[in-house]
Each structure stands twice: as structure tokens, then as C-alpha cells.
Ligand binder design. Structure first.
Ligand code: SF4
Ligand code: SF4
Length: 339
């Protein structure tokens, strides 16, 4: 019996699925994708899945959709190339800088969505007790957040080393089994015996599902919080994979302990539109999903959005909001004026 056979076609997953919400097409729904797998027929819907796995949370039959789609997907050349570049944040940074102005649709889209990249932060103390793992995109697109997280961990008295690299979530979501397994294996070797703090919450979720013992930054922060308060009003976005694994609940606990006022948006875990590298490769659907998300955020009346995952933060910034990570909030709120 295949994973697809657990689906009873009830349709409870449809409204949870961002690609269905913006297309109203069965082909681009979880149920339609599962049907195509069951019938063994090719479907463009397999390609257009954002791998947010919101359908899993909505499904009463426990269909393991993430595993199912991972098993049937075939990575195309453009996705493979981008994933390979992102494995090496220094390479990503250098290519980003040198590609500005190139006349290629893919390159133009990357520069449109990612306004700037910085060199990844390097840091290592003697006999480090904690590894800070920013994740590939965080390390180049949000270097200030990495710096803030480093400060926070050091302020708690730990000797820290930053390990820059990639958890392989994008490779996994595109069906590249060999590469995603290899990256997890490499991290396992690097992390052995160390306390690891992961700064990108969807990467935290993926590494945990792959069996690595890591703490999400929110979990570390919760265990290390002192009697601290922050005067701030935000709305909160719950990144999809972190939400699936319950990590976003911890983020919200930290927010509560800090006394931050939250004005909720509609469906905080609704896909931001980024889907890892999806918003680069599938602009037509991604732009529509980003628009739906933007409407939900707008209704909250807030511009400042707490977001603990870098691709989500880029999508939110693209729609004119000001994303802020927990590490930024912990290091001070002076520069977080949403105007
Ligand atoms: S995946 Fe789950 S929720 Fe969706 S149609 Fe199948 S059984 Fe129903
Ligand atoms: S993973 Fe997300 S985009 Fe893909 S079918 Fe499930 S809900 Fe839809």
C-alpha cells in the first residue's frame, strides 16, 4: 500500500492549500496531486506544490503528504543549480554581487526578491560550547539577525562558533534524495556532541525531522530568558514547517514572556508565498499567494511582522512589511520603528 492510498478524497485539505486557494484548480490541490500519483499519471500540479505541508495538518486521514511528494518529484536543472549554490553561502554571496544587471529572467527575479546580500558572518571561539547555525539564506540575506543572535547567545555566557551551510530542505522538497541526505550527514558530523542553535525555524523543523538534535533559536531563547521586557506591537507569521512541528508555539511563548503585544493576522500559518525557492521559480502562483498573505497581514493593521524564517521574511518585505526576527527583538527595539 502506497502513502497515496490513505487519501479518502474528502477535500478537507483544499482550503488549507495555498496553490488551490489562488487557482481553484483540482490539479493544483493536494487531493489532485495525490490522485495523479495514485493513477501514475504526470501532472503539472506535482511541480507547482509549494511543499508547505499545510495539507498534512488539515488531513483527518493522516496522509503523509510531505513524504509522498518528496518521493515522486524530479528536480529540474534551474532548481538543482540554485540549490547547489545555496549550499555554499559564500558562493551565493559572490554570485549575487557579480550577477547584478545580468539579462536573465531568473537572475532578475532573484534580485527583485532579495534586495541585498552580505558576506556570511564568521566567528569561532576556543572550545565552543554552542554552534550557531544560521541556515543558508539567513546567513547572506539577514546578516544583522545572525549578529544579533550571536550577541544574545554570548550574553548568556556561552563560547560560540558559527557554522554556515545548508540544511537541505529545498533539496528535500524538490525530491533530491541523495543531496538532501548528504547534507544532513555532513551536518551530523559537524554538530556531533555540541549544543546546536538553529536560527531559521523551517530549517530547524527539517533538521529535527531528519533526526538531528538541534534547538531552534526560540527554544534556546526561552530557556535563557531573564526577567526581560520589550515595548513592542507586532503581528506574528508562523512559518509553515516550524508550525507543523510545534516550534512556532515556543516562539509565541517567548513573545508572551517579553510582554510584546500581538495583533493577530488571519491564519498566521498561511503560506507567505516564498516556499523556499518557489517564489523564484514559480512567479505566477507565488505572486498570487504573496498577495493573499499580504491581505491577511494588512487586516491586522500592523507593519511590523515577527517572522523567524528568512524566505518568509523576504516575501513579507517584498509586499512592503517590515519583518523582524526574535533575535532582533531580543537585542533591542530601538531600530524597529515600523514607519
Ligand atoms: S489528503 Fe487528506 S484531507 Fe486531502 S482529500 Fe485526501 S484524505 Fe482528505
Ligand atoms: S504542501 Fe502546501 S502547496 Fe503542496 S499540496 Fe500541501 S498545502 Fe498545497
Amino acid at each position: 500500500m502506497g502513502l497515496e492510498d490513505a487519501c479518502v478524497h474528502c477535500g478537507f485539505c483544499l482550503e488549507a492549500c495555498p496553490t488551490y486557494v489562488v487557482t481553484r484548480s483540482e490539479i493544483h490541490s493536494p487531493r489532485g496531486r495525490i490522485t495523479s500519483v495514485r493513477l501514475g499519471i504526470s501532472s503539472e500540479g506535482i511541480e507547482t506544490c509549494m511543499f508547505c505541508r499545510r495539507c498534512e495538518l488539515a488531513c483527518p486521514s493522516g496522509v503523509e503528504y510531505g513524504k509522498l511528494i518528496h518521493n515522486v518529484r524530479q528536480e529540474n536543472a534551474a532548481k538543482k543549480a540554485l540549490n547547489l549554490v545555496m549550499e555554499k553561502p559564500y558562493l551565493a554571496y559572490r554570485l549575487f554581487k557579480s550577477s547584478k544587471g545580468l539579462n536573465s529572467r531568473l537572475v532578475r527575479r532573484i534580485h527583485e526578491l532579495i534586495p541585498n546580500m552580505d558576506e556570511p558572518l564568521e566567528y569561532r571561539e576556543e572550545s565552543p560550547e554552542v554552534i550557531l547555525f544560521p541556515g543558508c539564506l539567513m546567513s547572506v540575506a539577514f546578516r544583522k539577525t545572525v549578529d544579533n543572535a550571536l550577541h544574545f547567545i554570548k550574553s548568556r555566557g556561552y563560547r560560540v562558533e558559527i557554522v554556515n551551510g545548508c540544511c537541505g530542505l529545498s533539496h528535500y522538497s524538490e525530491g533530491d534524495k541523495a543531496r538532501s541526505n548528504a547534507l544532513i550527514q555532513q551536518l551530523n558530523e559537524k554538530f556531533k556532541g555540541k549544543r546546536v542553535v538553529s536560527l531559521s525555524s523551517n530549517c530547524s523543523a527539517h533538521m529535527r525531522e531528519m533526526g538531528l538534535e538541534i534547538e531552534d533559536f526560540s527554544e534556546f531563547a526561552l530557556s535563557e530568558l531573564r526577567d526581560e521586557r520589550r515595548e513592542l506591537i507586532v503581528t506574528v507569521h508562523d512559518p509553515c514547517h516550524a508550525n507543523l512541528l510545534g516550534i512556532t508555539k515556543v516562539t509565541r511563548k517567548v513573545v508572551e514572556k517579553l510582554g510584546i503585544r500581538v495583533v493577530e493576522m488571519d491564519e498566521p500559518s498561511f503560506e507567505c508565498g516564498a516556499g523556499g525557492g518557489y517564489f523564484i521559480h514559480h512567479p505566477e502562483i507565488a505572486d498570487k499567494v504573496m498577495e493573499v498573505k499580504a491581505e491577511k497581514v494588512k487586516k491586522s493593521g500592523q507593519k511590523l511582522v515577527l517572522s523567524t524564517n528568512p524566505a518568509c521574511s523576504l516575501a513579507l518585505a517584498f509586499k512592503g512589511f517590515k519583518p523582524v526576527h526574535l533575535a532582533d527583538v531580543l537585542e533591542g527595539v530601538e531600530n524597529l520603528n515600523p514607519s
